[in-house]
Design a protein around this ligand. Sequence first.
Ligand code: NAP
Length: 436
Amino acid sequence: MADTLQQLLDSPPARAVITRLGVPEATPLRRYEPGQPLLDGPALVGGGGRLRAAAERILADAGAEIRDAEAGGQGALVFDASDLASPADLRRLYEFFHPVLRRLRPSGRVVVLGAPPEGGAAVAQRALEGFVRSLAKELRRGATAQLVRVAEGAEDDLDATLRFVLSARSAYVDAQTVCVGPGESTAPDDWERPLAGRVAVVTGASRGIGAAIAETLARDGAEVVCLDVPVQGAALARVANDVGGSALQLDVTAVDAADSLRSHLLERHGGVDVVVHNAGITRDRTLARMSEAEWDVLMAVNLAAPQRLTEALLEGDALRAGGRVVCVSSMSGIAGNRGQVNYAASKAGIIGLVQALAPVLAPTRTINAVAPGFIETEMTAAMPFFTREAGRRMNSLAQGGRPVDVAETIAWMASPASGGVNGNVVRVCGQNLLGA
Ligand code: NAP
């Protein structure tokens, strides 16, 4: 969908008026294309904790250049803060970032590596979160900042996550804290096709974010089963065809949906490796005006179905060892939203599902969630102009995200190399101001 305000900003007279009104201007984000280098400039690495060597190895493996501060034009600033243990130690953040921040290139990356905030270092490690969230708000021109907490013993599980947060795949992910624990990660033979040989099922795949997820997982090598309601059969067949996958017409709320899905996956594919619960609906109305039907149907699609389908795929091990479940939550489920008590409850419930099942699935399988913010889809295109513009601009990147931004985040969580990423909820919202 065209970004009306950006079009106006591109015309000099309109731009003068609009910028005087204080409307933030969006920088086009660097997005991933196959074959693209990891970074758009050399990386500067600092800090002296247990993660620095792993970070330097991962950067080198990915073909990134590591240079000192004098070089300028940095594509990424990576600081290992895992050894910071006291308030006084936090000064090292200032000392590393202050002299070099202005040299960060457009769509550059700031990554702070930390430890879980526990024990004697809890104060300093928890402080990293405030530092990263605020720094993300100061960065300009599409640059982002993330905190990656790595548990003791999980140093070898960092590869997929560090590559993701550094790369253009994380274009619309900003100011997030990702936790990496010890898991069973398998480095792919080819980082451009980490899902080769894997079977994925994506619900709600006929359009919007679901279609982008199917495309992205297929690009990364997966054989994708595209699932949607029978009424979307024609669009679903087109998506399945485009991604070289198969179409499965199924209403996820049907009484026999869980059995049908499990039998289909076992009979046709011998099981499944990646399950993406994307199908979701809205029935927006304030609670006092909401009908019982609007409450019931929404809970059935958005919350009861993902829970039932996941449980059914776990029974009988249809979800194979190394399996990945990824749920689509929403910023509304974190921040709440007027007129969306049903939707926000369902999307917060999804986070509960992830947190409850993560320890059950560990260490061989994982479950995580993405929580999208304002994503440019048919749904957001239908919003009134001013609501849409406000939603689009109220984030640190001053623009809406694209379905592919959600899909790239899901593809990272689905990777066999992401075995240490379990129980995370990652917002794909450009650091939206709501519930931040
Ligand atoms: P969308 O365009 O409405 O697509 C959702 C798809 O799911 C549709 O094809 C829909 O079919 C299908 N679906 C609905 N009920 C189903 C059922 N019972 N069984 C199987 N499929 C069903 O939605 P979207 O905007 O791409 O959003 C995808 C997900 O992201 C949703 O979970 C949504 O809550 C979440 N999300 C979106 C945004 C955003 O900005 N767009 C923000 C935060 C979160 P019908 O249309 O025929 O019902």
